[in-house]
Design a binder for this molecule. Sequence first.
Ligand code: FMN
Length: 196
Amino acid sequence: MPRQNPKILVFAGSTRGGSFNAQLAALVTKKLALRDVDVTQISLADYEMPLYNGDLEQESGPPEAAVKLHKLFSTHQGIFIASPEYNASITPLLKNTIDWVSRVKPAPGAGSAFKKRVFAIGAASNGYYGGMRSLLQIRHVLEIGLGATVIPEQISVPGAATAFTDLGDLEAERSRAMLDAMLTRFIEEAERYVRA
Ligand SMILES: Cc1cc2nc3c(=O)[nH]c(=O)nc-3n(C[C@H](O)[C@H](O)[C@H](O)COP(=O)(O)O)c2cc1C
């Protein structure tokens, strides 16, 4: 049977102009495309949502952007999220987005947008820890909160202001190796869901 490329969605948990995490997301997108993956990078700036509020949900249901994002999640076998660390934790943008998407009811016969696909996570920060502490929190939300599968390999980029080359690759050999190991496992796992 001919190999079918896995479909992977990539986005950053920051919409800041010049975001290091958007840079990391772009690098992952480029590397996945070079490995025969059908990859789509989006910006959460195109999926604006109000801050979650139960009354709002009661009145009008999840916002259109959450419904669209839910559909996108559901049509990809892999999802990579690059997100900053805020006070050792997940950004409000990413948490709010995940919370709203988790409130979208799947179409009849379809499962949760967080299951039957694989997640990989990364963080870039100008600090010493490279956003490592937020990765623990993101993993917690996805795995414990939503029952998602998140691969153990992850990428964290410390000293982000000088970590990228002019061409957008990672300067440090150690970081490049970390990213390659993550991508190899990520693609292998996403391919399982193509065949499922
Ligand atoms: C409210 C706030 C809290 C932050 N806390 C941390 C932190 O705990 N650890 C860290 O490495 N950087 C922290 N930062 C710095 C961010 O990592 C930095 O702004 C980063 O560039 C944001 O990611 P971006 O470039 O993708 O927008 C914090 C920034 C903000 C605004």
